[in-house]
Design a protein around this ligand. Sequence first.
Ligand SMILES: C[S@@+](CC[C@H](N)C(=O)[O-])C[C@H]1O[C@@H](n2cnc3c(N)ncnc32)[C@H](O)[C@@H]1O
Length: 257
Amino acid sequence: LKRLSASVENTKIDEEIAEKLDVLSFSSTTKTIRLADLGCATGPNTFFAMQNVIKAIIHKYQSLSPTSPLPEFQVFFNDQVSNDFNTLFVALPPERKYFAAGVAGSFHNRLFPESSLHFVHSSYSLQWLSALPHYTSAPDEVFHAYSTQFAKDMDNFLNARAKELVPGGMMVLILSGIPKGMPYSQLPAGTMYNLLATILMDMAAEVSYSSYSFPGDNGLEFSRTFKDCYLWKTRKLLILIPQQLNFRHYCNCLFKF
Ligand SMILES: C[S@@+](CC[C@H](N)C(=O)[O-])C[C@H]1O[C@@H](n2cnc3c(N)ncnc32)[C@H](O)[C@@H]1O
């Protein structure tokens, strides 16, 4: 599914670059085209995306001015400071046709000097909020709190990028969305959470009536209070696991509940 959606996204990006990116205006001011992928994670999707964008830009250059020398490319890979940049850099494609640099920090703030980027890309990252909003458990209030925080974050993001992109630059944002008016429960994620909720409810019901133990006396005790989960509130889940069981067995046991 991810591969299929990536191929549709790439085709769309290729078309937009071919039609709208004014590469000749860049060549009059610089010999280096600078790209950034914001929320790049550790790869490999970011490598495919950057490779595709560079290919489309080269194609545009060659179609407009076949005899001119091509520009050089620099790609900035951005993510939170906690991202595993070591993994990202170790996995960089050896045959890449760009200079790579990491930029750690939140894309809700300024990350680059003014008018320094020609192309900004961000896929499936902007749905991450900069902070958890405050709300009670009323569904309308929860929805409002999250959408207000998202609007604030988007505002900061767009203001920062507006300064960082060169005039004539391009930004591509790929985001999950919900068709207007469609109930959340009918979306794949909604169905998944409903299913998870049913399982947790069943577990909660069982735990309150029975106690579980596994063969063997020297069992480890796992106890968790799901204080923050609306389904669990103050419930406690107690799981007894004999020491010889490994984590996979533990998961199997958990799923049996
Ligand atoms: C679901 S991953 C997407 C990774 C990649 N872009 C892709 O399409 O496969 C979301 C990434 O966004 C990053 N992210 C979330 N908030 C961010 C922020 N404020 N600034 C920079 N990166 C952020 C996360 O750390 C995570 O690596």
